[in-house]
Design a protein around this ligand. Structure first.
Ligand code: GLC
Length: 807
């Protein structure tokens, strides 16, 4: 079953059947202000932080699943509802919900940082586009109405959003205080919402029109026993001009409209950050339709520029659609809004996750170098001088005093932990993988931008003191070298990448492989910088790690996942449960540790034990017997999340591993299995949006095998993009060259790509006349044969022809 389709020309996903099984969301905004919005305009808005600067409210995990949101209602002021015997007024929502009035036509177009909802009902054609302009903190709903009924119409337009208490805690508990700390007022057409106890506690809302009536009090607009489905004000055709200090607040504005036959009219509803005084200029500016059109064009240009860093044309339509638009979009949203704002996580966690942010920043330096760099800097500040990263932290903790915002003051006493409490010397909260990802993120950033000087930048450590970026990198590598268990393999600590594998002093195969991978990056960097001594030192460390891994972790056919603190091996041929694991086997290959025959054997085991048509499972068979020496994963239901689900994030690791082995057909088999695009017509099983990777898909051992959960905010986006572009298509920037080393299915005749790199454009044509899976026979640059594609002058446009085949 299908609920929509990809419109590649518009770079939109079009939902034309509204009853999707779960919310299909989009992210509006690209800088500080962000709304998470679904296919019925349900969702919420925040400024900078979904944790402590929420603007509109969301009732998570609620019934129905999408309340409230940013809504537009229309009411027929003359004719009663034709579906009712009584004289109930006829009103509907432009996004179907919340009234759920059956529409004659509905569609939602989720695009790049905007969503448009269109509907036809009772002779009125309506559309509304939600977006946030690039430079102003203002959320806009741009509305157009057209009278297609052939007769004059009198309508009422209502716009509605419910304000939130800013801090998620105040919004969800202790209402004996929260309910009395919020107020609203109306003046000169502008609603002001104020959280008086907060220094930055103001928002405003307005429309382009002078309203006929308004409500600032939620319960006045809705009516105490009504809901957003049938607000009392909409039923009555008029709001009650309510406002008050204390209570729950909203921004409801009502306008009576006359539409002649065939007439079209545009309106706008706005929610802005800041006080009423800020509203007047912005209201005047955005009341002009030309300004809104121009801002939408700027937003489109912003995305065109990003997408222009790489566009591909391959024989695989799904890969084209996903890499050219959706997977990059997903990766960008992760790096910009970092993980904790969605319908699944509604902002209850602090700041940045160390490993997640490092991986996100590694994947898109070509399209968002600025944000990747600022994320990398934040992570460097969250590194302790001992070389481990704070697993979860707020970048603001490390800002100089004068740049820190005044903290949100709680109206009641809440004990506040001191920053120093976050740095626990006993490593209780330390994850063994966290900081290792940063090495690759830094190197990839430099390979993309050429900014070697970044390595000399001085950055503070979380626990005091400072050092260069280069020194931070050495601390990370040294920490992993020290933190080894009895066999010499890295300790698992609180967790490694797998949050639910809690080995403590036991040992993690994955982390030792990651250590080797990070060391390889660093040794390569030392080589490029001519730092011979460090190069030799870390090369020595790398060789030791390799030898330890090969000695301790090989199990005859594949690599084990780890060793518990009591010495039990996890993931051996003798194991009944958790026999084969993705993380250790893919990383054995990616890290370059596994010699060829072992690498082939362990990836064959991944294929044999973990492959399903929905993607690769994380491990199999799932655990059924709780074992706290292994960790929480043994207490998760079989086939779910970290216990044998198709955990999406590691799937791209298998694509990289297969590409490194030169098996392009196998890499594509794995790529295709996970690809949401292919599941567009299987929504009755997949349920989640087909334009986004999800955190996981239920595994073979679950009754709902194939059901996808937790879209958008998952490292899968970044890794899928990185693995497919860098290793399958093989387009990899290096310090002084652009590597082009594809690994393709043998039946691909080739592909083309346009890559922007360091200011130059490379028009790349790859030919595969012999139908090989890997191997480049020769490369020409602007007609001349070259050994490698060098950095070309900024502004230049270059033609690169790559012929694959036996060398
Ligand atoms: C979640 C976490 C991520 C972790 C993964 C596997 O996606 O955000 O940090 O690596 O689960 O446990």
């Amino acid at each position: 079953m299908q609920h929509g389709y990809f419109d590649d020309n518009a770079r939109e996903y079009v939902i034309d059947r509204v009853d999707v099984p779960v919310s299909w969301t989009n992210y509006i905004g690209v800088k500080d202000m962000c709304a998470v919005l679904n296919h019925t305009a349900g969702g919420y808005l925040f400024h900078k932080s979904p944790q402590y600067h929420r603007i509109t409210r969301f009732r998570p995990n609620g019934v129905p699943l999408d309340r409230p949101g940013h809504y537009v209602y229309l009411r027929d002021d003359e004719n009663p509802d034709p579906a009712c015997d009584s004289l109930l007024p006829d009103f509907w929502s432009l996004s179907w919900q919340p009234t759920a009035k059956p529409l004659e036509h509905y569609c939602c177009r989720h695009g790049l940082s905007y969503s448009t909802y269109m509907c036809d009902y009772g002779g009125i054609r309506a559309s509304q586009t939600h977006f946030i302009p690039l430079d102003d903190p203002i959320y806009l709903i741009d509305i157009e109405l057209e009278n297609i009924s052939g007769k004059a119409r009198n309508l009422s337009l209502f716009t509605y959003a419910e304000f939130s208490y800013h801090h998620i805690v105040f919004d969800n508990q202790n209402f004996q205080m929260s309910n009395y700390c919020a107020g609203s007022s109306y003046e000169n057409g502008v609603i002001e919402y104020d959280l008086f106890y907060e220094p930055e506690g103001y928002q405003w809302a307005a429309a382009c029109f002078e309203p006929n009536s308004f409500d600032c009090l939620r319960d006045s607009f809705l009516g105490v026993y009504n809901t957003e489905s049938n607000p009392a004000a909409v039923q009555n055709g008029i709001c009650s001009n309510s406002f008050e200090k204390t209570g729950n607040h909203c921004a409801a504005l009502h306008k009576r409209i006359e539409l002649a036959p065939g007439e079209k009219k545009r309106f706008v509803f706005m929610i802005g950050e800041g006080r009423r005084e800020n509203a007047y200029d912005l209201r005047a500016k955005y009341s002009k339709p030309e300004t809104r059109d121009a801002e939408r064009a700027r937003l489109a240009e912003y995305w065109r520029d990003k997408l222009g860093a790489l566009q591909i044309d391959t024989p695989h339509p799904g890969m084209n659609t996903m890499l050219n638009t959706w997977t990059l979009y997903q990766s960008e949203v992760n790096v910009i809004f970092s993980r904790f704002a969605s319908f699944i996580e509604v902002g209850g966690r602090t700041g940045l996750g160390y490993r997640d942010t490092a991986q996100d920043a590694m994947c898109v330096p070509h399209s968002n170098p600025g944000k990747c760099l600022s994320r990398i800097r934040e992570l460097l500040q969250g590194l302790t001088s001992r070389g481990w990263g704070l697993h979860l932290f707020e970048p603001e903790w490390f800002l100089p005093k004068e740049q820190k915002k005044t903290p949100v003051r709680s109206p009641t006493v809440v004990p506040m932990p001191d920053t120093s409490d976050m740095i626990r010397e006993d490593l209780r909260d330390t994850c063994s993988d966290d900081a290792l990802w940063l090495i690759a993120a830094i190197c990839e950033y430099i390979k993309e931008t050429g900014e070697l000087s970044f390595l000399d930048e001085q950055i503070g450590y979380a626990d005091g003191g400072s050092g260069s970026v280069y020194e931070h990198m050495t601390k990370i590598l040294d920490f992993s070298a020290e933190q080894v268990g009895e066999t010499g393999v890295c300790k698992g600590l609180r967790a490694d990448w797998n949050d639910c594998l809690n080995l403590g002093g036991g040992e993690s195969a994955m982390v030792s492989f990651l250590h080797a991978w990070a060391l390889e990056y660093f040794v390569e960097l030392c080589g490029f910088l001519g730092k011979r001594e460090d190069g030799a030192r870390y090369q020595g460390m790398l060789e030791k790690v390799r030898a330890t891994c090969e000695r301790e972790l090989w199990d005859g056919k594949w690599y084990i996942r780890g060793i518990t603190k009591s010495g039990m091996k996890i993931g051996t041929q003798e194991s009944d449960e958790g026999k084969v694991h993705m993380e250790s086997n893919t990383w054995a290959v990616i890290s370059g540790v596994a010699e060829r025959s072992r690498a082939v054997s362990c990836m064959d085991a991944v294929n044999a034990y973990l492959y399903t048509p929905w993607g690769l499972m994380l491990n199999a068979p799932s655990f059924t017997v709780p074992n706290d020496d292994i960790g929480y994963m043994t207490r998760v239901y079989p086939g779910v999340k970290e216990n044998g689900a198709i955990f999406s994030h590691p799937n791209p690791w298998a694509w990289v591993a297969e590409a490194k082995l030169g098996r392009g057909g196998r890499a594509m088999k794995f790529y295709d299995a996970l690809l949401p695009y292919h599941q567009n017509d299987k929504i009755e099983i997949r349920q989640s949006e087909p334009y986004m990777y999800c955190q996981f898909v239920m595994g073979r051992e679950h009754t709902a095998h194939g059901r996808a959960r937790h879209p958008w905010m998952t490292g899968t986006g970044g890794w899928a993009y990185f693995a497919a572009t860098h290793y399958m298509l093989g387009l990899r920037p290096d310090y002084d060259r652009l590597v082009i080393d594809p690994c393709l299915p043998g039946d691909w005749p080739g592909f083309t790509a346009v890559r922007r790199w360091r200011g130059a454009t490379y028009n790349i044509e790859v030919f595969n006349p012999g139908g090989v899976e890997k191997g480049v026979r020769h490369v020409t640059l602007n007609g001349s044969k070259v050994d490698a594609v060098p950095v070309c002058p900024p502004g230049s446009v270059n033609r690169v022809i790559v012929e694959m085949g036996g060398v």
